[in-house]
Design a protein around this ligand. Sequence first.
Ligand code: KG4
Ligand code: ZN
Length: 327
Amino acid sequence: MNVLGIETSCDETAAAVVSDGRLVRSSVVSSQIDLHARYGGVVPEIAGRAHVELLVPVVGEALAAAGTDRPDAVAATYGPGLIGSLLVGMSAAKALAMSWDVPFVGVNHLEGHLFAPVIEEPSLLWPLVVLLVSGGHTLLVLAKAPGRYRLLGQTLDDAAGEAFDKVARYLGLGYPGGPAIDRTAREGDPRAFSFPRALNDGSYDFSFSGLKTAVVRTAQRHPRAATCDLAASFQDAVVDVLVTKAARAVTDLGAKGLCLGGGVAANSLLRRRAPAAVDVPTYLPSMAMCTDNAAMIAAAGAWRLAHEGPSPLSLAADPNLFLTFDT
Ligand code: KG4
Ligand code: ZN
């Protein structure tokens, strides 16, 4: 069974064909980073228009690379994300499903990220603690099995990636901020500044807005501070909190594995520290599977289709969609 996945929730226009829920036959991602970089962040109107221009060629390339001109189902992200961007992918997915006369299934973008390890790790052990850290979300989730999740904690203010992006912008490192801080921090001393570790209190929640303010204040107070030292100390504080809480969750809940997901999971320090902090296997998605892509949407869509059936064509895009958690 071939599922065509479509992902347009933010600034990546992506399409992929996945067989039997996990075999990636093709995955095409067209990033709009160059279009948004000069504005220092994603401009929703520009993103929506670019999706309109890019989606047809991207879908065409994904189908051609997979060697199919009629998949068995079409899955598309229906939230959370930018409404104008979500609507482009949803409308295209529904139109294609109708014209091919195959089922359409709406996928929660966050559940898509949770399916990245399902694609890449054939021997996953459940339950898993998943640290999902992206530009829009910071969630610590207990994944008991595919489709069965318990929310352990989340950010109370900025998402981890948002903190990277905002601090990078302040330090003049450009957009997107995460990779820029990651690169710059390599030259810096992570012990140069001692930044706060918020909510160091036994909870699984996160808070990054105070940390961001602390970096700005420190930079103002020490105008000659090296940018690389500020970046390294900031990154150390973020990664320290993420890894400490994720590792504690693994121990407290007896998880059989730890999994990272979302764009911030591409961070080199996080990828080094997380496996060292736990004594269970750590699943580090490939770079392509950390950031937004449509293969994870197709995989999550295949699972939803098999377990819950297709979505109605009346399904609306929902920019504030939540993930449904077990109690
Ligand atoms: O998952 P994603 O591609 O899109 C969202 O759904 O948000 O994540 C993008 C986020 C951005 O905030 C970006 O700065 C961050 O992931 N990011 C990183 C790294 N690469 C991307 N953050 C830290 N270190 C990186 N190497
Ligand atoms: Zn994402």
